[in-house]
Design a protein around this ligand. Structure first.
Ligand code: TMP
Length: 254
C-alpha cells in the first residue's frame, strides 16, 4: 500500500481498548490504527494514573525505533505515524506471550531471585510470560508454554533468537542515546501469511532505560519505573527519552 493510500485510511470501529492504547479498524482489512493514551497503570493495574504527554512520547519513540529496526532487517507491524499519538500498523494475531530480554538485573528478576539491582548479567536472559491479566501475566517455563500451546517449539526458538537479535540492535541504538538498555518487553504477532512480526510498542513504558551519565540509582531512571515507584519527574523523563531517541534517529546513522 502506498503512503498516499495509507494516509487516506479513516478511523472506523473501535476493536479493543487496552491499558495504554486503543485499536481501531480502518477501511483496509489488514491495517489497524493505534491511538496511544496518557493513561498509565502498574502492577497489573493496581496502580493507576496519567503521565501527561506519554501517548505522544510512546507513539513517536515506538515509530522511530520500529523504523530503525526495519533498516536492520527486523520485520515489524509498523506502517506509518499519522498523528502525534496515532500510528497505522499491520493487523496481526498477537501471540499471548510477553517476551522479556534482560541485560542487567532489575525489577521482578531481583525480586524473585535475590540478584542485586544493577548486576550485569553474564549474557542476556530471555524470558516468556503468559499475557493474561486475569492470571497476573505469570512467568512461564518452556514446558508450561508448550503445554498451553502458546507457541510451537519452532516458534519458541524463533522468538528467542529474534529477541536476542533485537536486543543487540536496541542496545546499540540506546548506547548512541547515552542510555543503558537494562531490560524490555516485546510482543509478537502473526500476519495473514503467518509471518511473525514484532508488534505492540517499544517505549519507556516497556523498557528500563538508565541515563549513562548518572550513577545515582534513582536519578538515572528514565522510564516507567519513575511512575511505578513514585520517583517523581515522570513526564520529564519521558520527554528526555523522546528527545534523545529523535536526535539519534534523525542523525541518520542511528
Ligand atoms: P519486570 O522486571 O517487572 O518483569 O519487567 C521486565 C520488563 O518488562 C521491564 O522493562 C518492564 C517491562 N514490562 C512491560 O512492558 N509490561 C509489563 O506488564 C511488565 C510487568 C513489565
Amino acid at each position: 500500500m502506498t503512503a498516499a493510500r495509507l494516509s487516506q485510511l479513516h478511523m472506523m470501529t473501535q476493536l479493543y481498548e487496552g491499558k495504554a492504547k486503543i485499536l481501531y479498524q480502518t477501511e483496509a482489512p489488514d491495517v489497524l490504527r493505534t491511538v496511544f493514551k496518557d493513561d498509565a497503570t502498574a502492577f497489573n493495574a493496581q496502580k493507576r494514573g496519567q503521565i501527561i504527554g506519554k501517548g505522544e512520547v510512546n507513539c513517536t519513540v515506538s515509530a522511530a525505533i520500529f523504523r530503525w529496526l526495519a533498516t536492520r532487517g527486523i520485520a515489524t507491524h509498523f506502517l506509518e505515524q499519522t498523528a502525534p499519538t496515532e500510528m497505522l500498523v499491520r493487523a496481526v494475531k498477537i501471540l499471548p506471550l510477553e517476551v522479556v530480554a534482560r541485560n542487567i538485573a532489575a525489577g521482578s528478576l531481583c525480586k524473585q531471585t535475590g540478584l542485586p539491582l544493577g548486576q550485569v548479567l553474564p549474557e542476556p536472559l530471555v524470558e516468556f510470560y503468559y499475557k493474561n491479566d486475569a492470571l497476573g501475566d505469570p512467568l512461564l517455563t518452556r514446558d508450561r508454554l508448550l503445554l498451553l500451546e502458546l507457541a510451537t517449539p519452532e516458534q519458541l526458538e524463533q522468538l528467542r533468537n529474534l529477541t536476542l537479535v533485537i536486543n543487540r540492535h536496541l542496545r546499540e541504538f540506546f548506547e548512541q542515546c547515552e542510555i543503558t538498555l537494562v531490560d524490555f518487553k516485546l510482543e509478537f504477532g502473526l500476519d495473514s501469511d503467518a509471518q511473525l512480526l514484532l508488534a505492540d510498542e517499544i517505549s519507556p513504558d516497556t523498557c528500563r532505560l538508565w541515563d549513562r551519565a548518572e550513577t545515582d540509582p534513582q536519578r538515572r531512571v528514565l522510564d516507567k519505573d519513575r511512575f511505578r515507584h513514585d520517583l517523581g519527574h515522570v513526564e520529564a523523563a519521558y520527554q528526555q527519552i523522546r528527545e534523545r531517541v529523535l536526535a539519534v534517529a534523525q542523525s541518520g546513522d542511528g
